[in-house]
Design a protein around this ligand. Structure first.
Ligand code: HEC
Length: 110
């Protein structure tokens, strides 16, 4: 009961903002990405602040982001000076799911 309610909330809150089509990506985002990037992509989470993650709802940041680089980051991870900043998700999700997350991130633009 608790779990299903949580799942329902996780699915419906972002879905309300971006339309029902994005529900599966929204679910992935809520489950696997929001702890760092925040539900809204603003990264105003403990981890997001600690890791100084950019605000993906910002138009300026959206302009910096490139779809192919985002896809690569999601699948392969992000490293900076040899240090892992974000792990890659290629063992946990399909190419299609990763692509749907790229589209989802685009939908976070304010
Ligand atoms: C442990 C925290 C953490 C988690 C969990 C996490 N990320 Fe990240 N992510 C980061 C950090 C740190 C960066 C690099 C800093 C930045 O982009 O501002 C980053 C960068 C990115 C980028 C930008 C890549 C580029 O082109 O510059 C994308 C896209 C991204 N993450 C998507 C995701 C998705 C999708 C998920 C869930 C499947 C996810 N992240 C989960 C920490 C995380």
């Amino acid at each position: 009961m608790k779990t299903s309610l949580r799942l329902l909330l996780a699915m419906s809150l972002p879905a309300l903002a971006v339309g029902l089509r994005a529900a599966p990506a929204a679910e992935l985002w809520a489950d696997q990405c929001a702890s760092c990037h925040g539900e809204d992509g603003k990264a105003q989470t403990k981890q997001g602040k600690k890791l100084k993650i950019r605000d993906y709802s910002s138009a300026a940041v959206q302009a910096e982001l490139k779809d192919d680089e985002m896809l690569k980051a999601i699948l392969e991870g992000v490293t900076e000076n040899g240090k892992e900043r974000m792990k890659g998700y290629k063992d946990e999700m399909s190419n299609e799911e990763a692509k749907s997350l790229v589209a989802f991130i685009r939908s976070l633009k304010a």
